[in-house]
Structures are given as structure tokens and as C-alpha cells.
Design a protein around this ligand. Structure first.
Ligand code: DGT
Ligand code: CA
Ligand code: CA
Ligand code: ZN
Length: 583
């Protein structure tokens, strides 16, 4: 039985929750599977190892029953209730629930009334007008479901970085344990830290190719070998991702890594530079060529830096920015900025607690912040007007502030806690609470929690008005998008960033891996305008604070520099950057 990794287990449990919801099961049962999936995904230790030691119930959200199901799944690939649930409805219904604007209730309705059993069938029902004829489906609703379908199809077959990156790192580490493997490095879109990943590419260096190819075929996470030759083996893993592993000679390793990291656009530009210099660059190395283009001399290619140096670069562009959008010119000239990196991060600017809708306490969050080596952390629970999650009332805030004061007073070496909140931008651009209350926070985030489908001018105006409020220090997850599931709000980002620059409002880069909002393109614009960025994980349990790496990766893709990143500042500078403290 091939080994299931945590991402694969989490996905199966999520599917189980979706199937139960379609079947109209008890809400608590549905939620229990989702909660477990959510915490397993962020859990640092492999459940397969924990199961052997009978320690699965240590994972938050995993009780005795679920531990038994997971153990069963690890041994047999599935568990009886899951098989029963899958037998009841076609598998395509689960996919259907993932379309923005559909969800389990509508999926069930479309299936019962129209026999729609997949996303493709839904698209057909929209196009034929059938969908518009069932009760409650107005023209606007159908149009919005169509947009959901289109966005779903654009991401179909791709996986979030969060599900691919831990797997790729584990596979590379496992390969590196083989005595014949000298190096093993993830390349492709994964090394560029793209939001979504089509397949994983790993480059290995070895003097013994066949031994490496065999080692790849025998990796525990391999469900199926798709093809295996002398230099490349492609496999399908248990989590449904394709992995291409290539093996090259050590002296070619840098050239291969460079080539297979891409992007294609970046590589095209490199080949042009080589050509102009009478050289040629490919996955085997850099070569001097004669007038006919025939290789006359090998110039190098053992390391990536060597490839770039030979081609005349003063600096190697970091993988995250290799898209031919200015990194070539800057790398040649030696003017690439120093991008923010994980070691710069001194704290997290967005985290919830059990006081509202999250699953960890403030103390648990602080312990995680300490583990991550932070100097400070924040508490930013939901504010009052978000009724759905019973946002914090003023008496509850008083209680939380007292707790923060007590924790800070006795903190010793532990990180300092800043009092924050996540306000809601109302329909008229106002936010929760009176100014006297707002003044008592160390800082406030304000987020749009409505506005999808609103006209761009109107919703932008709402946000701009919120940015006029001197107590609004940070704008949270500005566009509200969920990758592949929910469209961004139609903000005029130029206007929003201009306002941020004018008012000194800090923009959030929400690091929760299915948000990554602002995205790389927005961040690049923000840098050009000198707008400051706060990275926040939006943790709903302490383990989610580990998602900071996805925020840092996205920041790097957006050319974010430490001097404009709030998280890279010591505590007193953080305070001085907050708008409420500047005059
Ligand atoms: P993905 O897998 O869709 O998320 O995106 P990538 O970028 O990982 O694409 P993939 O796996 O097809 O190829 C990996 C890298 O290999 C790609 O970024 C650049 C390089 N590469 C692949 N095919 C070509 C090609 O035809 N020309 C050039 N210049 N580079 C290529
Ligand atoms: Ca790839
Ligand atoms: Ca590939
Ligand atoms: Zn939040």
C-alpha cells in the first residue's frame, strides 16, 4: 500500500465531509471531518509515523473514532464509512460543491432535478438554459455560477502550493538519503513558488542514473509509475500529483536546475542573451559556439550561479521572480533589490483565537510564535459586526485586553503580544466600535467581508472611505479571493494603493495559502508606490502560523523588500509605522 501523506489524508477527509453534507448529514459530523482536515494539513509530523505509535489523537480535531478511520485509510487506502458515502453519490458531485456559488445544497439540487453530476455537466446545463429554468435560479445567479465554473476549470488539475511543497521537499529529502544521489532539488513552478502547481519537477545529480531512477520508482508515496527512462522518471503520488524526477551528471546539475526552474519566458530571454554573446545555454551547460551554431567549447554549468555568471549576470535572479518582468535587466546590471526572506520575519500580523471562530488560545498562539522565533505576535479576533462568528463585544474585548496585559507582564523571554482586531468594512465604509474603543487597540485591521458582485466603483469607494479612518492601520485580505473558489472583489487596485500611499495605510499580504492576497502583481505595484506591507497568516489555529512561508514566498514574487515589510521591523519601529502613531 503506497504511503498517504498528510495532504492526501486531509483531502480525503474533506471529500468525506462534502459527501456527508450532500447527503444532509448532521452538521457536527460534517464539521468534524473538515476541522480534522484543516489541522492535519498544517501538522508538522507525518500521520503515517504517528499512527504506528498510536499517537494520532494528539493531532487537534482527531478523536478516537477518526484516529481509527485514518489508521484504516493508511493501511487500506480508505475506510468503510467513506466507501459507503462514495457509493451513494457520483464522485463528480464533490467537485461540483467546490465551484464558487454552488456548495453542497445546490449540488444536490442540480443532481436531483437535472441529473447534473459533474462540473462539465453543470456547464452544459448553463449553456442549454436548463439551469435557469429551475426554481430560484435568476439570471444573475446563473451568471455568477458560470463565473465560478470558469474559475474552477482554469485551476482544474492544478494543486495549491501548500499541498505540493511539503510533498516535494519530503521526496527530495528521501531521494537524498540514497547513496547514489549527490543532490536533489525541486525545480519548476514549485521552486518559483507559484500559487498553484501543475506538476512537481525534481532535479537530481548522480554518477549512477539507473540507480536513481530505480530509487524514484520505489519512493513510498508513489501510487503509479507513469514512465521511466534513463534520465527521467514520472510518477503519480498518492495525493494525485505528478512528479517528474530527472537525473543529470554533477557537472550539469546547475544548468539542469536553471533550465527546469524556468519560467519559459525567463529561459527564452536567457537564450537570446547567450546567442548575442556567441554562446548557447541549455539543460546540459553553457557552451561557446561557432558561426554555424556548433558547440566548440564547454564553459560551465555545474552550479546555477556559474550559468548566470558566464552569461554576464552580476547577480542570480531569485527563482521566485524569474518571469522576464525586469529581473533579467536588473540581474545583468547588478541592481536586483534584496528581497524579504524567512529570516527577516519577526512576527505575524493576523491571528485569531478561541475568543471568536478559531481553535487555539492566545497562549497557544504565543507558544507557536516562540517556536517560530518571533519577537512579537498579535491577536486579531473578529469584531462585533461579523455576526456569523459572534465577533467580540466590548466587554469581551476588555477581558481579552486584561489577559494580554497579564501575559505581557509575565512574559520573560516570550514574544510580546500586540492588541489588534479585524474590523469589518460596512456597506458605507464605516467600521465597528466607537472611536474611543478603536483608540485603545495597538492597531486595527479592516477587511471587506462582503462586496463580491458589487460594481467596481462602489466597492472601491467603500474601501477608500475606510482608509480615511485614522484608526484603520492595515487593510486585511484586500480582494477577498479564494484561489479557484471565489473571485476577487472588483477593486480598482491602483486607486486603493494610491490611497494607501497617501494615508500611510499598510496593506496586508494574507499568507493563508488559498488566499495569498494581495497577490504578486499587486505587491509589485505596491512596492513601486512605496506602500508598506504586513504579512499575516490569518491563523485559525496555532499551527497555521507556519503558513508564514507562503506569505514570504508571495512577497518575494512581488519584489517586496524588507524596508517596506512591517514584519521585518523591530517592535518599536512597528509601532512608529502604525498610522495611529504617526502625525
Ligand atoms: P507547472 O508544472 O504547470 O506548474 O509549471 P512549470 O513551470 O513547472 O512547467 P513544467 O513542469 O512544464 O516545466 C518545468 C520547467 O522546465 C519550466 O518552467 C521551464 C522548463 N521547460 C519545460 N519545457 C520547456 C520548453 O519547451 N522550453 C523552455 N525554454 N523551457 C522549458
Ligand atoms: Ca512543473
Ligand atoms: Ca514537469
Ligand atoms: Zn482573519
Amino acid at each position: 500500500m503506497p504511503e498517504l501523506d498528510n495532504a492526501a489524508i486531509a483531502r480525503e477527509l474533506e471529500v468525506m465531509g462534502d459527501l456527508l453534507e450532500i447527503a444532509g448529514a448532521d452538521r457536527f459530523r460534517v464539521l468534524s471531518y473538515r476541522k480534522a482536515a484543516n489541522s492535519i494539513r498544517a501538522w508538522p509530523e507525518q500521520l503515517s509515523a504517528m499512527a504506528e505509535q498510536d499517537r494520532l489523537t494528539e493531532v487537534p480535531g482527531v478523536g478516537k473514532r477518526l484516529a481509527a478511520s485514518i489508521t484504516e485509510m493508511l493501511h487500506h487506502g480508505t475506510f468503510p464509512e467513506f466507501e459507503a458515502a462514495k457509493a451513494e453519490y457520483p464522485a463528480g458531485l464533490v467537485e461540483l460543491t467546490q465551484v464558487a456559488g454552488v456548495g453542497p445544497t445546490r449540488a444536490r439540487q442540480f443532481y436531483d432535478k437535472l441529473g447534473v453530476d459533474s462540473v462539465d455537466a453543470l456547464l452544459h446545463a448553463i449553456d442549454s438554459g436548463e439551469l435557469g429554468r429551475i426554481g430560484g435560479m435568476g439570471e444573475k445567479t446563473v451568471a455568477s455560477i458560470r463565473r465560478g465554473v470558469e474559475s474552477f476549470l482554469a485551476h482544474r488539475g492544478r494543486m495549491l502550493l501548500r499541498d505540493a511543497l511539503p510533498l516535494a521537499e519530503r521526496l527530495a529529502a528521501e531521494l537524498l538519503e540514497h547513496p547514489a544521489v549527490l543532490s536533489a532539488t525541486p525545480a519548476g513552478s514549485l521552486r518559483r513558488m507559484q500559487e498553484t502547481i501543475g506538476d512537481i519537477d525534481i532535479i537530481t545529480a548522480s554518477e549512477d542514473g539507473p540507480a536513481v531512477m530505480e530509487a524514484v520508482r520505489e519512493l513510498p508515496a508513489v501510487a503509479r509509475v507513469l514512465g521511466s527512462g534513463e534520465t527521467k522518471t514520472s510518477v503519480l503520488t498518492t495525493s494525485g500529483l505528478q512528479v517528474d524526477v530527472r537525473v543529470v551528471a554533477p557537472e550539469q546539475a546547475g544548468a539542469a536546475l536553471q533550465y527546469f526552474t524556468g519560467s519559459k519566458e525567463h529561459n527564452v530571454a536567457l537564450r537570446e542573451i547567450a546567442k548575442r554573446a556567441g554562446m548557447k545555454v541549455n539543460e546540459y551547460g553553457v557552451f561557446r559556439v561557432d558561426a554555424q551554431g556548433t558547440e566548440v567549447e564547454r564553459l560551465g554549468g555545474a552550479t546555477e550561479d556559474e550559468v548566470y555568471r558566464i552569461l554576464g549576470f552580476a547577480q542570480t535572479p531569485p527563482p521566485e521572480i524569474r518571469h522576464d518582468t525586469g529581473e533579467i535587466e536588473a540581474g545583468l546590471a547588478g541592481t536586483l533589490p534584496r528581497l524579504v526572506e524567512p529570516g527577516d520575519i519577526r512576527g505575524d500580523f493576523h491571528a485569531h483565537t478561541t475568543s471568536t471562530d478559531a481553535h487555539s488560545t492566545l497562549e497557544e498562539n504565543r507558544a507557536m510564535a516562540a517556536e517560530l522565533g518571533y519577537e512579537y505576535l498579535v491577536v486579531t479576533d473578529h469584531a462585533e459586526n461579523l455576526r456569523m462568528v459572534r465577533g467580540m463585544t466590548v466587554p469581551q474585548l476588555e477581558e481579552q485586553w486584561a489577559e494580554v496585559d497579564a501575559l505581557n507582564a509575565s512574559r520573560g523571554e516570550l514574544p510580546y503580544i500586540l492588541k489588534g482586531v479585524e474590523l469589518n468594512v460596512g456597506p458605507d465604509g464605516t467600521v465597528d466600535y466607537d472611536p474611543e474603543i478603536l483608540a485603545r487597540f495597538d492597531f486595527c485591521i479592516a477587511s471587506l467581508h462582503s462586496g463580491w458582485g458589487e460594481e467596481s466603483g462602489a466597492v472601491t469607494e467603500r474601501l477608500l472611505r475606510a482608509m480615511d479612518n485614522p484608526y484603520v492601520d492595515i487593510i486585511g485580505h484586500p480582494t477577498g479571493r479564494i484561489i479557484g473558489r471565489r473571485d476577487p472583489i472588483a477593486l480598482d487596485m491602483d486607486a486603493v494603493l494610491a490611497k494607501a500611499a497617501e494615508t500611510g495605510t499598510i496593506m496586508e499580504l494574507n499568507a493563508y495559502p488559498d488566499r495569498l492576497d494581495l497577490n504578486d502583481a499587486h505587491l509589485r505595484l505596491a512596492m513601486r508606490r512605496g506602500v508598506r506591507i504586513a504579512i499575516g497568516t490569518d491563523a485559525h489555529r496555532a499551527e497555521h502560523m507556519r503558513y508564514m512561508r507562503y506569505g514570504v514566498a508571495t512577497a518575494r514574487r512581488g519584489w517586496v523588500t524588507p524596508n517596506l515589510c512591517l514584519n521585518a521591523q523591530p517592535l518599536d519601529t512597528v509601532r512608529s509605522w502604525l498610522r495611529r502613531n504617526s502625525r
